[in-house]
Design a protein around this ligand. Structure first.
Ligand SMILES: [Zn+2]
Length: 165
């Protein structure tokens, strides 16, 4: 059912008019943001307060955090230098986010090994190698096996799972 949202303001967005339905039947509303941008949102998202700006709000908060050091300029720099030395940032628990307590630095190889032990098996890699041979798209293969494109690329380049034919 179409809810009339015109004139309603949530956060920085004011709903102007509906521009029609998306492919799932949800109404799209054109909103005007306080910053002057126009922004289309799904009516239900708008209504639940899920979207409060055209994106400018998030950007401002992000900038503020950097200024105040929450994102730690120093931390970022030290990460960068670690990265330059050939290390990559890795998660201790692959099912959790990249939060400081769940991160460790590992070499490229360690990380690759970590990725494969968590998701792939010999039989899967065999199929992946066949797909690669058949020139199947890397993203597509990654999707099928629920691994990163990097993993598929590593297999393609023979960096990991070298001895599987
Ligand atoms: Zn805005």
């Amino acid at each position: 059912m179409k809810k009339d949202l015109s004139g309603i303001k949530i956060g920085r967005l004011e709903a102007l008019y509906s521009t029609g339905k998306n492919k799932y039947g949800g109404y799209i509303w054109l909103c005007r943001c306080d910053c002057g941008n126009e922004h289309k949102v799904l009516g239900s998202d708008f209504n639940r307060g899920k979207i409060k700006s055209c994106g400018c709000l998030r950007k401002e908060i992000g900038n503020r955090n950097i200024k105040h050091g929450y994102n730690g300029t120093i931390t970022y720099k030290s990460w960068q230098s670690m990265k330059d030395k050939g290390n990559t940032l890795d998660r201790i628990d692959n099912n959790r986010n990249y939060t400081p307590e769940n991160c460790k630095w590992s070499t490229y190889e360690e990380q690759a090994r970590n990725r494969i032990t968590s998701k792939l098996s010999k039989s899967k890699v065999k199929i992946i190698k066949k797909f690669i041979k058949d020139n199947k798209n890397i993203s597509e293969i990654a999707n099928i096996f629920n691994v990163s494109r990097g993993t598929i690329y590593d297999i393609k380049k023979n960096r990991i799972w070298r001895n599987i034919e």
